[in-house]
Design a protein around this ligand. Sequence first.
Ligand code: NAD
Length: 412
Amino acid sequence: MSFLEQTQRFIKECVEELGVEPEIYEFLKEPRKTVIVNIPVRMDDGKIKTFIGYRVQHNNALGPYKGGIRFHPDVNLDEVKALATLMTLKTAIIDGVPFGGGKGGVAVDPGQLSKGELQRLSRGYMRAIAWFISPKKDIPAPDVGTNPQIMAWMADEYSYIRRQAEHEVITGKPIEIGGSKGRTQATSRGCMFVAQKACEKAGLNFVGSKVVVQGFGNVGGNAALLFEEAGAKVIAVSDVFGAIFNEDGLDVKELMEYTKEHGTIAKYPKAQIINSNELLELKCDILVPAALENQITKENAPRVKCKILVEGANGPTTSEADEILVKKGVIICPDVLANAGGVVVSYLEWVQGNYHFQWKEETVNAELKEKMENAFDRIYEFAQEKNMPMRRAAFMVGIKRLADVMRIRGWV
Ligand code: NAD
């Protein structure tokens, strides 16, 4: 089953178990709108290359569509649909975030483009989707392969098209053009709050806990850093080029400096190089997959030895692997909860943008903490009450809220 099919099947099961109207599933199984665009880009050699891009608007019962834009060679329509579906659930489980779910992407390896080509592609993508989005309709953000600079180019292009300053159409922007303090680290900080809560419930000390992180980009790199700053011991990390391990704990701050210079963690000298597949199977307290989907599968799940799984990435665990881990007693903090910190602070950025105001980082972080901890508690209590794993509880809490709102709005 594909990532999309697994997500759809899970939603169907939850709709049935909740006993809400079956039509709710009809609203959630497919997106409301899908836009497919071809983006011609003038490359540095003078030739034109065409890239395929997508914007999927899944559900807007709770508010404008919201979700990141991924630049990755494997981006395809089904993947973007699955990610957009998860966004609908994610925004529904966080109280006070008035967004629906969406996602976008371009099939491209951004590492192969020059800075100029990347800017032309980013602007081209925005030109292609500009008339389908707006600050009150659909608000994109960064995801894999995109970053604040790319958001800035897109915000600039959008404002140019609309002939007025409307940077609030996109979040995850640099601070200089209306980004929020705390946004870059928000997803990782949210993972940390969730991990701390899960440790508390498991009777495990977060300080001194052994942590393994897959992926060393925005989410993984910052998660490693924040976990370390909060007293955990990061013993292994990986990126697309390789994996490294140090039983005594890595110096994450130094590793980040090293990565800025060398572009990868792979040859960092103060650690042992290990096989990337082994990384997920290391004995540790907390495992944070923060790369891509389908990383923990039925093949490697039996060998996964963490006590707590904090899904920084979207869809890192297949449904078969999920069942295996649940049976093994692993506490799974699912993606829709664990990585919701990004969309929480994107919401705060959107509010600040609409008010043309900027909050202090402490204000943003405190708001994030409160929202993440409340969501964790609500889902944990639901899971305890119904005697079910956290993923199922999270989906049920989200679907119930969506069903209530769709009913009130008269959709069902
Ligand atoms: P990114 O592009 O900044 O980083 C991705 C990292 O994963 C890179 O270090 C890359 O080398 C690594 N990677 C790729 N394939 C790998 C593999 N097979 N093994 C090990 N490492 C691999 O992306 P990001 O923004 O950090 O996103 C990572 C995940 O978090 C994605 O699933 C994304 O959807 C999710 N997410 C991101 C945000 C956000 O705010 N950026 C919010 C919520 C969820």
